[in-house]
Design a protein around this ligand. Structure first.
Ligand SMILES: Cc1ncc(COP(=O)(O)O)c(C=O)c1O
Length: 392
């Protein structure tokens, strides 16, 4: 059977290749690979969340279709947005998701006909590319450059791109660069979207993971945001619930209505015990979120100081669980660098090219390992003199 053309647009995950490299390395050299590649959170959910999930899973009534979200969860989300971000959300401005990935994949189907423009940052989270490609939209890259603090340069988007674009994907705190967006940028973004009639999809999957005393913010807290866009939020990173799929799409009611229509043809809602667990997470989890945030902040400080001693100077991110590191000039591209680093030290990182052309000279390190592992990796860098010999 010949597959449909849209399947040609899908890439195999870079992490499948990296897992293979890791297994080979461990088999051939008997070295345990220290893995900084995949961004899967290692911090478990609060025990109250696990308890709610398991208690609710004992109740036979919770195995019915969950076409409509639990009113108590919707109300809890409204209260959480109000107290956390000062944002008032009506019920028709909220749609429950099986993780935010779901909407990243489906939103292009709502608005893009073949040939419509779809603006995405470069570097990007991989779903930003594959999903609109499947809808046969034309991908328009918005480079995130170090010299612009990895903010999108809105002025660099051409007249032709502005006319063509239906959707703009924006992600701060940003995966993979760790950059956060200042107020002036979001205000300018809203003006830009309004003037050019472009729907903003603001991916806030890392909304709570911000450092240096910054306050978590919602895109929807800015004047005019709900008129031009929607925000994605997720329980995966903040509450350690990545496998218990739960996310939020909130904002412009017309978009929410259209999305619900699409969704009603695709699934029957989020498993009810997961919804109850979400209520517990939002109602009781603020300490847990703070501890999680502090853990990533401490790891990022530790990796910068320990790797720095071994000759690898890392730029400290303002948010997320990632470090976006420039590779030394001796390497032409990040794939070769990552391969050499793995072979010489047993440290696995993700080549930046996996996130787009702008990643050619960068690699991403995910801080989803213990401080013990960070120290062990620094020791390997030191012992191998991998960076120290470059600097001689
Ligand atoms: C930027 C970004 N957006 C969205 C997601 C998807 O998160 P989830 O579907 O678990 O909510 C991820 C996951 O790593 C991500 O990094």
């Amino acid at each position: 059977m010949k597959l449909a053309r849209r399947m040609d647009y899908l890439h195999t995950s870079v992490f499948t290749d990296l897992r293979h490299d890791k297994e080979e390395m461990e088999k051939n050299s008997q070295t345990k690979v220290l893995d900084f590649s995949l961004g899967s959170p290692d911090i478990p959910p609060a025990s109250a969340v696990i308890e709610t999930l398991s208690t609710q899973a004992q109740d036979a009534a919770n195995y019915r279709y969950a076409v409509n979200p639990l009113p108590e969860l919707v109300q809890t989300i409204q209260e959480w947005y109000q107290t956390r971000y000062g944002v008032r959300l009506d019920a028709d401005e909220i749609c429950l998701l099986q993780g935010s990935q779901e909407a990243l994949v489906n939103l292009p189907l709502l608005y893009c006909n073949p040939g419509d423009g779809y603006l995405i940052p470069d570097p990007y989270y991989p779903a930003y590319l594959d999903a609109p490609s499947m809808a046969e939209a034309d991908i328009l890259f918005m480079p995130l450059k170090e010299e612009n603090d990895y903010l999108i340069d809105l002025d660099a988007i051409t007249e032709q791109e502005r006319k063509k674009a239906k959707i703009m994907l924006v992600n701060y705190p940003n995966n993979p660069t760790g950059a956060c967006a200042p107020d002036w940028f979001v205000e300018k973004l809203i003006r830009f979207a309004k003037a050019n009639d472009i729907l903003v999809v603001y991916d806030s999957a890392y909304s709570e993971l911000v450092f240096n005393g910054q306050k978590p913010k919602s895109f929807l807290s800015y004047a005019g945001a709900k008129e031009v866009g929607v925000e994605l939020n997720s329980f995966s990173k903040s509450y350690g619930m990545a496998g218990a799929r739960l996310g939020i799409l909130a904002g412009c009611p017309e978009v929410i209505e259209a999305y619900r229509k699409l969704k009603s043809n695709m699934d029957y809602g989020v498993f009810l015990p997961v919804q109850y667990a979400g209520i517990t997470a939002l109602k009781t989890g603020s300490n847990v979120v703070e501890q999680t945030r502090q853990t990533y902040e401490a790891r990022r400080r530790l990796i910068a100081s320990e790797f720095g001693k071994a000759g690898w100077d890392l730029h400290m991110p303002d948010g997320t669980m990632f470090v976006w590191a420039r590779i030394p000039d001796q390497w032409e591209n990040s794939f070769d660098f990552a391969r050499d680093l793995l072979h010489e030290t047993g440290i696995l990182v993700t080549p930046g090219t996996a996130f787009g052309p702008q990643g050619k000279k960068y690699v991403r390190l995910a801080l989803v390992v213990s401080s013990y592992t960070i120290r062990a990796a620094a020791k390997r860098l030191m012992d191998s003199r991998f960076f120290l010999q470059l600097n001689q």
